[in-house]
Write a protein that binds this ligand. Structure first.
Ligand code: ADP
Ligand code: MG
Length: 453
């Protein structure tokens, strides 16, 4: 049996043991590149796959291999991109520097704990076109004249169209421009809500007042989630007034205009309407092309013009989705070390569109997470603190929020936890996913599993 046959036989057995998705994700592109003195060298296409296979399948693989080849004693896992054929195994290959996968709009700098702003969002990386011109102009004016011209500033628009980017960018620019003399704070409205709930419960309202009224620029994201929560609205209203009267700037985002947030108290609504309201709508074709080009430049990559146009033509309603598809295409291109053909790009777009149009359910998400981590869906739900289930559970909560936009209470309910646990889990993963490439990769793969069903 030569190396190739030995590996094919081993994979055939592994294929039976693993789920199809796990097999194709982790092992399909593995190779057995060499054998020396009883040590077998197994090559994986990137560092993520190497670590994963080494941690999870080492024992299985060795067991199977030894059935075919009794002289095998040890496995070594190495990273070898496909174009590097196995010339020198072992040390040489494993020291080959492996570049991190490109990630458009992904891998971030750390969030600033004081302002809660993510430095990746800037006005200069925000592509401007007819769909967001007014909002952008207002944002720029605010940076130059904080607290006066457009106060409050209310920006609304659909999912993935740049609201968070724009309002965080204002905060970042202000921080840069005025150093410490103007202190911005960014907060998702649900964070605000949970702070208020916590303060009421613990009789610490003073802390909340200090935290939110002691800033010069308060940015509240996704205000629609505040609607209908009486105590929170009350506190928000007071905060709002205190800031407003002190000429502090208030910036608010929402997925809809103030008059369409049904549960929003009248007095809050009229406050919003007293400032500037701007919407962000769908970007048109030229702007989508410009966004793609700008993202490519950011990560220092190129794509054939035909592919850029194809992506711009096909992904119309969500810039986050546009980035996702761009990432997949770049990932593919990087792995193949060759320019991607239009037909392949088309296929990638097609697949993503199919998976997006098929409605994902919470059960599918839990199933995919469990499958990915080789645990049972019950492990996610039952109360046990084993280390192996903590991360999967947090990822499950994150995905329920990220993919289905479920409320924190209903996420908590789904997993038998309270809503603060859900908030904590979401925020942790949301932060870490931008910091740790391996986590980011896991999440992308779980999403793939979900879409494959
Ligand atoms: P929203 O908050 O409206 O759901 P985000 O601000 O999170 O949307 O935007 C989704 C993604 O698209 C982010 O990665 C953001 O950087 C990117 N994005 C949105 N609008 C633009 C734009 N005009 N130019 C460049 N990138 C954009
Ligand atoms: Mg947002």
């Amino acid at each position: 049996m030569n190396l190739e046959e030995l590996w094919q036989s081993t994979l055939a057995e592994m294929e039976v043991q693993l789920s199809r998705a796990n097999f194709s994700t982790w092992l399909k592109s593995s190779r057995l590149v060499d054998k020396q003195d009883g040590t077998l060298y197994i090559a994986l296409p990137n560092n993520f796959a190497k670590e994963w296979v080494e941690n999870k399948y080492h024992k299985n693989l060795l067991g199977i291999i030894r059935n075919f080849d009794a002289s095998a004693r040890k496995l070594e896992f190495v990273v070898a991109p496909h174009h590097l054929e196995a010339t020198a195994p072992g040390a040489a290959l494993s020291h080959h520097p492996q570049r991190m996968e490109t990630n458009v709009g992904g891998l971030d700098l750390a969030v600033d704990p004081e302002s809660n702003l993510n430095p990746r969002y800037s006005l200069s990386s925000f592509v401007v076109g007819p769909s967001n011109e007014l909002a952008f102009a207002a944002a720029s004016a605010i940076v130059n004249d904080v607290g006066r011209k457009y106060n409050p500033f209310f920006v609304y628009g659909g999912v993935g169209l740049g609201k968070t980017h724009l309002i965080q960018a204002i905060g970042n620019e202000v921080k840069l421009k005025y150093k410490n003399s103007i202190r911005p704070k960014y907060v998702p409205s649900e964070r605000f809500t949970s702070d208020v709930v916590w303060a009421i419960r613990n009789k610490r309202m003073e802390d909340i007042k200090k935290k939110y009224r002691d800033v010069d620029l308060l940015i509240i994201d996704d205000i629609q989630f505040i609607g209908g929560k009486e105590k929170t609205e009350e506190e928000f209203f007071h905060t709002f007034n205190a800031l407003y009267e002190g000429n502090k700037q208030i910036i608010i985002s929402s997925d809809r205009p103030p008059q369409s947030i049904p549960t929003l108290e009248e007095r809050l609504r009229s406050r919003f309407e007293g400032g500037l309201i701007a919407d962000i709508s769908y970007p048109e074709y030229e702007m989508r092309v410009a966004i793609i080009r700008s993202k490519l430049q950011e990560v220092n990559q190129t794509l054939p013009d035909g592919v850029v146009e194809l992506v711009a033509k096909r992904v119309k309603k969500n810039i986050r989705e546009l980035e996702g598809i761009l990432n997949k295409i770049l990932f593919y291109q990087e792995r193949k070390q060759a320019q991607i053909a239009e037909s392949v790009a088309e296929e990638i777009i097609e697949k993503s569109a199919q998976s997006l149009s098929r409605r994902v359910t919470d059960a599918q998400i839990l199933k995919a997470v469990a499958e990915f981590f080789n645990i049972s869906a019950d492990d996610l739900i039952t109360h046990n603190r084993r280390k192996e289930v903590v991360e999967p559970r947090q990822i499950a909560m994150y995905l329920l929020r990220d993919m289905l936009e479920l409320s924190y209470p209903s996420i908590g309910e789904r997993l038998g936890r309270d809503h603060t646990t859900a908030i904590h889990a979401y925020e942790k993963i949301n932060r870490d996913v931008n910091k740790y490439a391996l986590l980011n990769q896991k999440i992308l793969m779980i999403k793939d599993l979900i879409h494959k069903g």
